[in-house]
Design a protein around this ligand. Structure first.
Ligand SMILES: CC(C)(COP(=O)(O)OP(=O)(O)OC[C@H]1O[C@@H](n2cnc3c(N)ncnc32)[C@H](O)[C@@H]1OP(=O)(O)O)[C@@H](O)C(=O)NCCC(=O)NCCS
Length: 177
């Protein structure tokens, strides 16, 4: 069982109880504006997503962690690693991603979980490079990326939705947590 504790968070695999709170996050237009076509996801789609994320853990040995608040046990959202198959030019890379409920924004949780995820990538999975792929106008995400020390590498275009994306990368052999 893969679990990581940070000062305030537990990063872990997904449980059945995560469906309702993750569906709430996926139903929030402020969160989902930044993802794919910007539409919200309903309960069934969230259940499919969680199932896929768990399969990715089994197939790849890494994945998106459910992120829980240690103090209350509430699900904050996810942070973790994925293979960015949606972008053919990056399909052989490993990317980091995050999605938190809006009530949990602005408290440093995304950065805390992302830092632990990079340490996991390096120490547990021996990955020497992780990228991130974000909409060019996603300032909140860009802040997390900057604080992690990821460097901008190139701009590209979403192959399906056509909006501009920026690819950042970090060489984990030089990563200082
Ligand atoms: C992207 C996203 C995860 C960022 O979340 P966030 O809460 O803004 O990010 P952070 O965890 O870095 O917290 C940010 C702020 O918390 C504040 N903060 C409060 N308490 C803090 C603490 N104890 N420690 C650190 N920061 C703290 C800081 O001021 C920080 O802002 P700053 O870096 O400008 O000073 C969030 O906006 C989100 O879920 N967006 C929708 C989904 C999305 O866009 N995903 C990415 C694209 S797929």
């Amino acid at each position: 069982m893969t679990e990581i504790r940070t000062p305030r968070l537990l990063l872990r695999r997904w449980h059945d109880d995560d469906l309702a709170p993750m569906a709430e996050i996926n139903a929030d237009p402020r969160v989902m504006h930044w993802i794919d076509d910007g539409s919200v996801h309903d309960l069934d789609r969230t259940a499919e997503e969680i199932e896929r994320w768990e399969e990715e853990w089994d197939d790849e040995g890494f994945g998106l962690f459910a992120v829980e608040l240690l103090a209350s046990g509430e699900l904050v959202g996810f942070t973790g690693l994925y293979v960015p198959g949606f972008l053919p030019e990056a399909a052989s890379e490993v990317a980091i991603s995050w999605r938190l409920g809006s009530q949990f924004w602005g408290q440093g949780y995304a950065s805390e979980a992302a830092q632990a995820t990079l340490e996991f990538a390096l120490q547990d999975r021996n990955l020497d490079r992780v990228i991130s792929i974000d909409r060019l106008d996603n300032q909140a995400s860009a802040n997390v990326i900057r604080k992690l020390g990821m460097a901008p590498e190139r701009e590209t275009t979403h192959p399906v939705y056509g909006y501009p994306l920026r690819v950042h990368a970090i060489d984990l052999t030089e990563y200082q947590a």
